[in-house]
Design a protein around this ligand. Structure first.
Ligand code: NAD
Length: 476
């Protein structure tokens, strides 16, 4: 349970911002200009469903327009409110700055429980919400570009893109009005997995550095590390899947809204995901220890804790009992400002949300560029690259012949080397590069300044510095 004395989500983000900005030397007034949310639009609209008119409340908040378009997901959840979208919009500003995605920060949300409506009803509601935002340029390829978040995915993004195209029939760039679309509606390969993939790349980069591992009291590699994940949705599922299947990590705990699963020998992530798909939750999953209240699992012994569901789950009421030495914030705002302080004092290393889950917006950026350039990545150069590689293979083949069995190419070298990069490979490469560079920019501040003792403050310093530079360039 969250402590009533704890600040709201937005206040929590503000507190973290203020903590960092106190270490900077910004001109008077600029700090306030960056911190405040520029505007929040509230919309209430009615949709006729099941013979009666139902009224819904939605929001689109624009935190900072130092770069346009502004960018940020649309969340469908009963917990959506103005405070929450403003906090999430602020995080988007800092996130985009940190990973150098050329956007300002925004976020939207609709107060709704998507489980209560069938697909046709969801389409009516989503299109109506989109209509309200589009007619005010709050969805627009050069002004404001949403993406998926909790409770939304490719399906909703496709409806939004189509709604925009219907209302802007001559806009050649209409597909760039929203990202996270399905491939056949202008999406990009690798967007669905992107945020979870980014969490994996972030951890890989962290584990490349023995000094950083030591800060968390960890050694070795990701192989065999015990992981607990909260939320097996888009982000949590992909992160858990890649970490276990590709890096050898052991997912020992999965926490969902209806309970927790535990197996010290490691859970089968794919099997749990399928169970959730068929049964609506983890309840009844046979191959693990189930507990109805999953939240105590956050406090269980493990090496890496991955909160990937919602904000405020690690707070004043449980922070002191968290045993994980390393937390990676796959969700936005899972650790409150108060809990952050407790964990910092304990020496827990936190890889902060604005970096950890930036994979989504990074690949959204690639999708937006793809939509504006009207061409799939790799289309021009893939075969040419393959042809050049063929030349090398031909030469090596001749060498192989001359060496008469004394030297041979490795068995799968030919096939691997010949293959030119398609869109998915290019997207993953761009994402990996982005995550590595952003990590190093935080790390440099973390290790080079005595007054910076955690990655979150380092991340804020880097991103606020970049936002401030943009404002200065505009003459502010
Ligand atoms: P999602 O809706 O796909 O998944 C959320 C999961 O959390 C669901 O499986 C849900 O059942 C579970 N959940 C809900 N309440 C819970 C509770 N009380 N305890 C445990 N589990 C609970 O959402 P998502 O897109 O994976 O987003 C998750 C988080 O990641 C959010 O904070 C979101 O802002 C953040 N995020 C998402 C993206 C993205 O690309 N989707 C990008 C950046 C950040």
């Amino acid at each position: 349970m969250r402590n009533v004395n704890e600040p709201s989500f937005r206040e929590s983000v503000d507190l973290m911002f203020s903590r960092a900005v106190a270490l900077m030397d910004l001109p008077p007034g600029l700090e306030e200009k960056i911190r405040v949310c520029n505007a929040t639009y509230t919309v209430r609209f009615g949709v006729r469903l099941r013979g009666e008119i139902k009224t819904f409340t939605g929001y689109r908040s624009v935190h900072s327009e130092h770069m346009e378009p502004v960018k940020g997901g649309i969340r469908f959840s009963m917990g959506v409110n103005q405070d929450e979208v403003e906090a999430l919009a602020a995080l988007m500003t800092y996130k985009c700055a940190l990973v150098e995605a050329p956007f300002g920060g925004s976020k939207g949300g609709l107060c709704i429980d998507p489980r209560q409506y069938d697909e046709h009803e969801m389409e009516l509601i989503t299109r109506r919400f989109a209509y309200e935002l589009i007619k005010r340029d709050l969805i627009h390829p050069s002004q404001n570009v949403p993406a998926p978040d909790m409770g939304t995915g490719e399906r909703e993004m496709a409806w939004i893109a189509d709604q925009y195209a219907r209302m802007n029939t001559t806009d050649i760039n209409s597909r760039a009005c929203v990202t996270g679309k399905p491939l056949n509606a202008g999406g990009i390969a690798g967007r669905v997995e992107a945020t979870g993939r980014g969490v994996q790349y972030a951890l890989q980069e962290f584990f490349r550095d023995p000094t950083d591992m030591k800060q968390a009291g960890l050694t070795g590699s990701l192989d065999g590390k015990r992981v607990i994940v909260q939320g097996l949705g888009n982000v949590g599922y992909h992160a858990a899947k890649f970490l276990s299947e590709e890096d050898g990590a052991k997912v020992i705990g999965i926490i969902e809204y209806d309970g927790g699963l535990y197996d010290a020998n490691g859970l089968d992530v794919e099997a749990v995901r399928q169970w959730i798909g068929q049964h609506g939750g983890v309840t009844g999953y046979p191959d693990a220890t189930y507990s109805k209240d999953g939240s105590p699992l956050l406090e269980a012994e493990c090496d890496i804790l991955v909160p990937a569901a919602l904000e405020g789950v690690i707070n004043l009421s449980n922070a002191a009992r968290i045993q994980a030495p390393l937390i990676i914030e796959a969700a936005n705002g899972p650790v409150t400002a108060g809990a952050d302080e407790i964990l910092r004092d304990k020496g827990t290393v936190i890889i902060p949300d604005m970096y950890a889950n930036a994979g989504g917006v990074t690949v959204s950026y690639f999708e937006w560029v793809k939509n504006l350039s009207h061409i799939r990545f790799g289309r021009m150069q893939r075969r040419q690259e393959e042809a050049r590689h063929q030349l090398v293979i031909n030469e090596l083949q001749q060498l192989e012949n001359v060496m008469e069995g004394q030297w041979k190419m490795s068995p799968d070298f030919r096939q691997k080397y010949l293959r030119g990069a398609g869109e998915l490979e290019l997207v993953r490469s761009g994402l990996d590069d982005t995550m590595r560079i952003a990590y190093q920019s935080m790390r440099e501040v973390w290790h080079s300044r005595d007054d910076v003792t955690d990655l979150r403050t380092a991340a804020y310093l880097v991103s606020i510095g970049k936002v401030a530079a943009s404002y200065r360039a505009k003459g502010l």
